[in-house]
Design a protein around this ligand. Structure first.
Ligand SMILES: Cc1ncc(COP(=O)(O)O)c(C=O)c1O
Length: 372
């Protein structure tokens, strides 16, 4: 019979035990991806409540059965416009979007070239596809080009990357990736989960750079303050996903409150296009404060600010120290990040004031005795 005590003891010995904590009020929260502070915005709450009153709390069927409502289609049109991709399709989450759409459009005849630090959902989508996978060194376009020029196949070839990496806060070399995809006849797929709502007036980093990949994926659950995921691409790709993506076909449609809240978030972003820039400026100031304590925030260039500690237990101890000072910032350890790179991942949001950030940097400074 399967038992778990031995495995759990090993996880504990490696300093890798994960535990659930109920979110506490009155702490400075740095582990939330509610980048624009919209998740409890009164307008989003009201839109959700109206949707529940009109449609109920759930749609109770796959969208291909009876679970398709106007709000789903309205949101898909908005997401297509936001990303500039022509068409879009909602999924139950960003994870389900990546896993389902990727495994639908690829087969065992294809090859996928993936950044080594891509999000787990892209990794799992690639595994499900049964295509051959080559993982190039993080953001290393020479390594990617080596693969592109040496690995051929009978089917199609794809380059997969997060646009903004979730644990380092750095940005993929998207211009170069777009150029390589053209030169080598591949399709580029970008996961914009952390960039939607923040970069490119909300449309993401590809949009900001004027790059049009084969597909863009994203989530409603971070800057848009709601829940759900999506894929955006041309009309054929979306129609094909409706017909082939198993996580879309065999799963219940999003509950009405989720697309209603996301639509309202898009209205707010449209009316305040400077919000993303404001957030990035706030985060840049925070990175400067942390650097002056002696900790490094490299290679972050966004609202995601890692402080690498290295050892798993040291990262947990730092997180505990911050918690004692009313700062919630979770220690991120392998396998979420590579071995030896455990870290505290600070997620700056528009809910943070300059005082919050300087208080937090001050607490880090008390450890290092830096020049703060
Ligand atoms: C880069 C990236 N892609 C996809 C996802 C999955 O999104 P969701 O939380 O909506 O499943 C995440 C979530 O953490 C992510 O960081």
């Amino acid at each position: 019979m399967r038992t778990y005590t031995g495995d759990l003891a090993r996880i504990e010995r490696e300093g890798l035990t994960r535990m659930l904590h109920v979110r506490k009020p009155d702490v400075l929260e740095f582990s939330s991806n509610d980048y624009l502070g919209l998740a409890d915005h009164p307008m989003l709450k009201e839109a959700s409540m109206r949707a529940i009153e009109r449609y109920g709390s759930g749609v109770a069927a796959s969208r291909l059965m009876s679970g398709n409502i106007g709000l789903h289609e309205e949101l898909e049109k908005r997401l297509a416009r936001l990303t500039g991709m022509g068409s879009a399709l909602l999924f139950g989450s960003g994870y389900l979007a990546n896993a389902g759409f990727l495994s639908a459009i690829t087969s065992r005849d294809d090859l996928l070239f993936a950044d080594r630090l891509n999000h787990a959902s892209l990794v799992d989508g690639a595994l499900l596809s049964r295509a051959g996978v080559f993982r190039y060194r993080h953001c290393d376009t020479d390594h990617l080009e080596y693969f592109l020029s040496n690995r051929i196949c009978r089917g199609n070839r794809f380059i997969l990357t997060d646009s903004l990496f979730s644990m380092d806060g750095d940005i993929a070399p998207l211009r170069k990736l777009a150029e390589l995809s053209k030169r080598y006849g591949c399709d580029l797929i970008g996961d914009e989960a952390h960039a939607i709502g923040v970069f490119g007036n909300g449309g993401g980093i590809c949009r900001e750079l004027g790059i049009r990949p084969h597909a863009v994926t994203g989530t409603l659950s971070k800057a848009l303050g709601s829940y759900g995921g999506f894929v955006a691409g041309n009309a054929d790709l979306i129609e094909y996903s409706i017909n082939r993506a198993r996580t879309f076909i065999y799963s219940t449609g999003l509950p009405p409150a989720a697309p209603a809240a996301a639509l309202k978030a898009l209205d707010i972003i449209d009316s305040q296009p400077e919000s993303g820039r404001k957030l990035l400026d706030l985060a840049s100031g925070f990175r400067g404060m942390i650097e002056s304590t002696g900790f490094s925030t490299a290679p972050s260039e966004s609202q995601i600010v890692p402080v690498r500690v290295g050892d798993n237990r040291d990262a947990v101890a730092l997180s505990e120290y911050l918690k004692r000072n009313a700062i919630s910032a979770v220690a991120v350890r392998p396998p979420t990040v590579p071995t030896g790179t455990a870290r505290i991942r600070f997620s700056v949001t528009l809910r943070h004031s300059a005082e919050d950030l300087s208080y937090t940097a001050g607490k880090l400074n008390s450890i290092t005795g830096g020049d703060q």
